[in-house]
Design a binder for this molecule. Structure first.
Ligand SMILES: O=C(O)CCC(=O)C(=O)O
Length: 264
C-alpha cells in the first residue's frame, strides 16, 4: 500500500518514483525476456535522421509494442497485486490496461524518446486519471539516458508536432529547465500521469538499457473511439484476463517469473 504522502505527491506533481518495486529475481526474468525478444529480432528502430522518415543507421531507439501477445510474463505483470494496488490508489478504480511497450537503447548508439505528454495521444479529460508505470529494466542513470519528467507539467498543455527524430512519434518543447531526471536501480518504477511531460536521453555507456512501460486508464475516461488495448484489471468487468485472453492470467506472475528463470 502506498502511504498518503506518496499518493499526494502523484496528485500534486504528476509523478511518483518507487525504487526497488520489483525484486532481483523479477528483474532477471524481465531481462531474460528482453534478451529473447532481441534474439528473435522483434525490436524495431524508430529513430530517424531528422526528417521523421529516414531510419537512422547511427542511432537506435528500439521499440516493441504491444507486449502482451509476445510474452506470458509481461502479460501477467499488470495483473500483479502490487501493481493493481498502486494504480488503484493513484488514479482510482476501476481501470484498464491501456497499452504496453518497451524501448531499448543500445550501448553508445541508443537515442532518447523526445519530450511529450501522453495525453497528446490519448486526449482524456482529466490527465490524472491515466498513468504510465515505467519500469527500469536495467539500472537507469543520467549517463544511459534515464527518464526525465517535468513535475507539475500536467497542469499545462504543450503544443505537439511530429518528432523529426522518430518515424511515428510526436513531441513538444516544454520548459526543460524544470526537468527532473530520475535515476533508478533496475526494478525501480516511475508512475507519471498522462499529462506529465517526459522524455528519455541518449545512452552514452557501454551497456544497453531498456524501459518497459505499461499505461493504465480509469474506465470512466476511456475515449469514445476504440484505441489500443482494453484489458479490465479491476471493477465489475474484470475477469482476471479470461475475457480478453481466454485464460486466467491474474495470479500467474510469480509462476511466470519462475518459468522464465528456469529456461535461462
Ligand atoms: O522509455 C522511453 O524511451 C520512453 C517511454 C515513454 O515515453 C512512455 O512510456 O510514455
Amino acid at each position: 500500500m502506498l502511504n498518503a504522502e506518496k499518493v499526494e505527491q502523484f496528485r500534486t506533481l504528476g509523478y511518483l518514483a518507487l525504487p526497488h518495486f520489483f525484486t532481483t529475481r523479477e528483474v532477471a526474468a524481465l531481462q531474460a525476456e528482453i534478451a529473447r525478444f532481441q534474439r528473435e529480432g522483434r525490436l524495431r528502430n524508430v529513430a530517424t535522421d531528422g526528417d521523421g522518415k529516414t531510419h537512422s543507421t547511427s542511432r537506435a531507439n528500439l521499440q516493441l509494442i504491444p507486449l502482451f501477445d509476445k510474452s506470458t510474463l509481461l502479460r501477467a505483470l499488470p495483473f500483479e497485486e502490487r501493481v493493481t494496488q498502486a494504480v488503484g490508489q493513484l488514479i482510482g478504480e476501476p481501470f484498464i490496461l491501456h497499452l504496453d511497450q518497451m524501448f531499448l537503447k543500445p550501448a553508445r548508439q541508443g537515442t532518447g524518446t523526445s519530450w511529450h505528454q501522453d495525453n497528446a495521444y490519448f486526449k482524456i479529460a482529466d490527465t490524472l486519471k491515466g498513468t504510465a508505470m515505467w519500469i527500469a529494466a536495467h539500472d537507469a542513470t543520467l549517463a544511459n539516458g534515464t527518464l526525465s519528467v517535468i513535475p507539475g507539467s500536467f497542469k499545462e498543455e504543450y503544443f505537439h508536432g511530429r518528432d523529426p527524430d522518430s518515424d511515428h512519434h510526436i513531441r513538444c518543447y516544454p520548459p526543460e529547465e524544470r526537468a527532473l531526471p530520475i535515476e533508478l536501480a533496475a526494478g525501480g518504477v516511475v508512475f507519471f500521469c498522462y499529462g506529465t511531460a517526459h522524455c528519455t536521453g541518449a545512452n552514452n555507456t557501454d551497456r544497453q538499457r531498456a524501459g518497459i512501460a505499461f499505461h493504465f486508464l480509469r474506465t470512466d475516461h476511456i475515449p469514445e473511439v476504440a484505441r489500443f488495448q482494453r484489458t479490465h484489471l479491476s471493477g465489475p468487468e474484470a475477469t482476471g484476463g479470461e475475457k480478453e485472453y481466454g485464460t486466467k492470467v491474474a495470479g500467474t506472475w510469480e509462476r511466470e517469473v519462475e518459468q522464465v528463470l528456469a529456461q535461462v
